[in-house]
Design a protein around this ligand. Structure first.
Ligand code: SF4
Length: 247
């Protein structure tokens, strides 16, 4: 979808439409669900929180929303007060949980995204179980899903994809990715239109990540075409699900 078309249709409406489509087609939200939104403070999870609240009347489903932000001992890129004010204004309770991620490294171990995201995911799951949430909503979008596929293939020699729904054997919780049908440029347009904060991640460990490199390569070979990216996304739906966390 072109930027001109996004402006005409209304970027927020585009996101809501794709969110509803994903929720209905993939059965992401059911009556009575208690959904914990993993709120990083960035545009993706903040737009997700906004949109999940907006689509309630259209879905005609009764579900509960709350948001959890995980703070750590090395990254302070998120303006928590702004995030909590936004979420509370939308009627979504907000909790900030401090996790000493660096402090958990054993002597000689180095900090990296994989370690960090695994620690965050574990804490998210523990919090959800302890507070009786049965779903965790993540802000990954269509571009994240495509990038992860190429990262798995090139770095691990694995053909697997991030799933839009993931159940755990160990935890009574499902992970859902309701923005899976939404492209990053559509989220950016929505965040601008709705004046949703856009805190860029300044984490020193994420600045030169492999993900950025893959993102640039995908942009080159798809020529940033939405149609091509959506065809790749459709092709990925047939692949085995990847269960490991990613940054
Ligand atoms: S970029 Fe990587 S290291 Fe930094 S907060 Fe995100 S997951 Fe953690």
């Amino acid at each position: 979808m072109s930027n001109r078309c996004l402006r005409r249709t209304g970027a927020g409406q585009v996101v809501q439409k794709l969110l509803i489509k994903a929720i209905l087609e993939r059965n992401l939200i059911r009556e009575g669900d208690r959904i914990l939104i993993a709120a990083s403070g960035g545009k993706d999870s903040t737009v997700l929180a906004w949109a999940l609240q907006q689509v309630r009347p259209a879905l005609k489903t009764d579900y509960e929303l709350a948001a959890l932000h995980i703070s750590s001992d090395f990254c302070a890129c998120c303006k928590k007060s702004v995030l909590s004010q936004k979420l509370e204004a939308w009627g979504i309770p907000f909790t900030d949980l401090f996790v000493p991620i660096m402090g958990r490294l054993k002597p000689g171990e180095k900090m990296n995204c994989y370690w960090c995201s695994t620690q965050r995911r574990t804490e998210l799951l523990r919090y959800a179980v302890a507070h009786k949430f049965n779903q965790i909503a993540l802000g990954h979008h269509l571009d994240d899903i495509i990038e992860t596929f190429f990262m798995n293939m090139t770095a691990k020699g694995e053909l697997s994809a991030m799933s839009m729904v993931l159940s755990y054997r160990k935890y009574p919780v499902r992970l859902i990715r309701p923005l899976g049908y939404v492209e990053e440029q559509q989220i950016v347009a929505c965040a601008q239109e709705q004046d949703i904060l856009h805190a860029a991640c300044t984490c020193p460990y994420g600045m030169h990540s492999q993900r950025r490199d893959i993102r640039n390569r995908i942009a080159r070979f798809t020529d940033n075409s939405s149609a091509v990216k959506r065809r790749i996304f459709t092709a990925l739906s047939a692949l085995p699900v990847q269960g490991e966390p990613r940054a």
